[in-house]
Design a binder for this molecule. Sequence first.
Ligand code: AMP
Length: 637
Amino acid sequence: MTSYADFYRQSIDQPDAFWAEQGQLIDWHKPFDRVCNYDNPPFVHWFQGGLTNLCHNAVDRHLKDRADQAALIAVSSETGLEKTYSFKDLHDEVQRMAASLQALGVQKGDRVLIYMPMIAEAAFAMLACARIGAIHCVVFGGFASGSLASRIEDATPKVIVSADAGSRGGKALPYKPLLDEAIRLSSHKPNAVLLADRSLAPMDLVAGRDHLWNELRKTHRDAQVPCEWLDATAISYTIYTSGTTGKPKGVQRDTGGYTVALAASMRHIFDGRAGETFFSTSDIGWVVGHSYIVYGPLIAGMATILYEGLPTQGMDKKPNGGIWWELVEKYKVTVMFSAPTAVRVLKKQDPALLKKYDLSSLRALFLAGEPLDEPTARWISEGLNVPIIDNYWQTESGWPILTIANGVEQKPSKFGSPGVPMYGYNVKLLHEATGEELTAPGEKGVVVIEGPTPPGFMQTIWQDDSRFVQTYWKTVPGKTVYNTFDWGIRDADGYYFILGRTDDVINVAGHRLGTREIEESISGHLQVAEVAVVGVADALKGQVAMAFVVLRDAALLDDSAAAIKLEAEIMKRVDGDLGALARPARVRFVSALPKTRSGKLLRRAIQAVCEGRDAGDLTTMDDPAVLQQIKDKVAAA
Ligand code: AMP
């Protein structure tokens, strides 16, 4: 057996040989003739000359050997629906969806925006786009009309696929009114909207624009839509993520490199085998949902569970903190993927629930998206008695950057560390100011990746190459390296520890939010003169957003009822613009915000004060009394 150290070394020293071999894990309609084209750094083109298709590798490829095996298991504890689609069923549904999209005018290279709850149709739509070479842009269903509008504007989709409603805790959350409002706000208008009607909420259909999936599905019942053979470098999808500006970034991914990266990760990292069941509790709106609910498991010939609902609600809609374990037992899940926040929610449930079900099929639980704290890791590790594997990655990377590749060599995990760099990732720690490489154990630096980035990694920012270069690759003095914007340290064994973001991005329950986006929403309130939003440590969600607002008319606050009303109004505004996830936990009113003498907002000092830490070096601060006022407000709460 190869040691992981050798495996890793080969990936960095001989990337062509390494990835040419990984490239054999998938089907090619035409083989690639160049493995890695890095002629124009930092842009990298993988598997040039090759023709392939993501949907073919996820679905059609398996028809020969496993047509009747389960492929997609859609489970909703919100509606009680539970349905298994075999690879053959999935093939049929995807072709119906592909034909419907084509009938609505979608062609190769067109964008299709998907704003859907966690229902099977969402996966059909993604796979259908991949099948016909359309570019999908999935927008998280929890986002509200403002966020959705800016994504419609940027992606300029020809068609939007959506549904009447999502559901949470048994309560319908209508999507259609939010979508209609987003389309109204956006200057780009889609040609058509395709809607799944779940009979959860009434829908007003716009004549000529809105179409029902149930009807088109019937029309295209027997559709046969062959896979479009695409250049390996053709765009498969974009997915929006937050950065330090209010404008979301469309992370763009290729076709061939991504398919190979997922196939390789299923083997080397997740150790998932054809015929088994994979269960990721994420949402298709996030990158984990793309890679490890839809594409990765299917490419590996596994069944994948698509779960709609809370982790604490049973199929009978009654409280049940064991629902996930019930599914593990029922579907003999071998590999599970979740987030630390979800485990912290489960930790509040009766621990006996972990013993109630037969979990003997499970080989490992992977957790990602946010730091995994030791008490949470220990609790779940003792409860499940399987390896708990933390993994660190980003929307940009598409698959893990740091973790343990147990499929290559069994290596121990260390509490608090996601692990070691994955094959293909030349990870370094650099000094923030000088850009000098830090090699001694325990030194804190910025985590960067040296190009060429591996297959599956983002190609660029959708329609903005220069923003891609400037945002990610030109931030360290004198070097062209990919900046993760995370702080890290490495120990003597080469294990990394992630210490939080270097920028103004916060992480709420494993979901990434830009404080600037929230600030922009709050600034839109007529009474607001200035606002600062920071992420503050939270025992359950990792972080929550906290807003500090300076009002145009401070006299308003003389009336405490007015302050309460304003706080509620501001929260409602954020809910309406961005969605409940972004809603600040509190809005506090202050007379001024701490700034440097040059006028730069000192968000980090505010954050430190909120968390009861030392605010650090304040020599550049304009007026220290301002920070004291924030301290007093926080202390008084
Ligand atoms: P996202 O793009 O939403 O996946 O967020 C990526 C960010 O989440 C990273 O840059 C980290 O700040 C954080 N993150 C993701 N996974 C981990 C992890 N395992 N440990 C610590 N932080 C993580």
